[in-house]
Design a binder for this molecule. Sequence first.
Ligand SMILES: Nc1nc2c(ncn2[C@@H]2O[C@H](COP(=O)(O)OP(=O)(O)OP(=O)(O)O)[C@@H](O)[C@H]2O)c(=O)[nH]1
Ligand SMILES: [Mg+2]
Length: 448
Amino acid sequence: MNNDTIFALSSGFGKSGVAVIRISGDNLQEFFCTISGRKNPEARTAYFCNLRDNNGDLIDQCIVIYFAAPASFTGTDIIEIHTHGAPAVINKTFEFLSAHNMRMATPGEFSRRAFMNGKMDLADIDGLAALLDAQTEHQRQFALKSMLGGDSEIYATWRNQMVEIAAYAAAVLDYDENDLPSNIDKKILAQTRELHSEIKTTLSRYNVSRAIAHGFNIVLCGETNVGKSSLFNKLVGSNRAIVSDIAGTTRDVISAQIDIDGYLVNLSDTAGIRDTSDKIENMGIDRTKLEIDSADLVLHIFADDLPHPGTNDDSAPLGRGTASDRDAVAGVIVINKSDEIKTRNNKNAIYTSAKNDTGIDELLSAIRKKMHSILDGAENNLVINARTYKLLADTEHELNSALATFDGNYDIFAEHVRRAADNIGKILGTITATDVMDATFSQLCLGK
Ligand SMILES: Nc1nc2c(ncn2[C@@H]2O[C@H](COP(=O)(O)OP(=O)(O)OP(=O)(O)O)[C@@H](O)[C@H]2O)c(=O)[nH]1
Ligand SMILES: [Mg+2]
């Protein structure tokens, strides 16, 4: 780690009431005395000051705070300058700091320092990145738990158990049976099996983690002209998609993000499915199929009351679904244009009329019910991203190999368990690999 003095805008970009610029470095106390205009300023105390450039010209009236190492976010000295949020003030302050031999931080550099100084491990930083992205209540809860070390605790417990198992396995080779705890081989086996199954379960919840972190994907699909775009507009609450009586109106995927009960939802309207020779429309239909493949919930829209085989609720045949133990994606059957239909033959269906605004609340309730059944309780899951998923999958693989060699070959068994422990170490950053660290810090923005 370098010990350059670095700075960055920690508050959001654009015009705002107040901007917070943070500086991290060694021995910043003297610089703080200069800008605050005080001889013996206290740490963690807000001082009002006239921030002046090197010519003595006023930059802005500010609040400045000094955090002395190691009691700061990064573990280094930190100065916070709270200026007015005007881009011109921020730029002028940056110029001033650069003139004092400081440089702009790279994205994630503050967090990298926090990691290097033992303030946070990599799992905490994944949580921080997720928190900074949080738009909804559930995302906030999910990320906060991880940032505050909830996930690290679980990883650390797993890792300790693996290290212990590997040590006992090695001891079985080196020591006399009588010097070891009784039935040690059986205990090692049982513990390894348990760890393996816990990690497998965690991996299987990846899609749920993803759905909370990046949004629960709901797709409206069906034949042309059944009213998909009309329903989409109702659910979104604005006329986002073009509606017309010409079949094949929607040719591309139209997406909107909405918040349902604190969950982020990515709702997509798609091109109606039909046989057509129109090249562009066919490209749209291909996109519809891709959307269905990545859907967590599919709304099958119809405009008639005939039986619709293959769409019976959870047995809908398309998509991968969120729960890994489910072959097919969750689905809701919607019969739209119910104002034109006299019958109500389908017990599993929700009858709507986008035209008369009926059944929309029932449709929303059905969506809520499905979402809650899939996502509720998931705040307790580990925050898994692509990086941690890969390392967890490698851990699972090593434990699987260990179990396969358990019969007698303690040497190889111990080696696999040790490798499994190393993978968990990489998740936490106790074992550092440059590529792993780069992936973690690059997800953070400037000023974090
Ligand atoms: N009577 C009636 N007409 C509706 C209803 N919903 C939509 N429509 C009409 O049906 C036609 C098609 O609606 P869209 O929402 O464009 O249908 P779509 O499924 O998106 O069609 P494509 O984009 O072509 O696949 C329009 O003329 C709508 O006004 C409804 O509930 N009742
Ligand atoms: Mg449409």
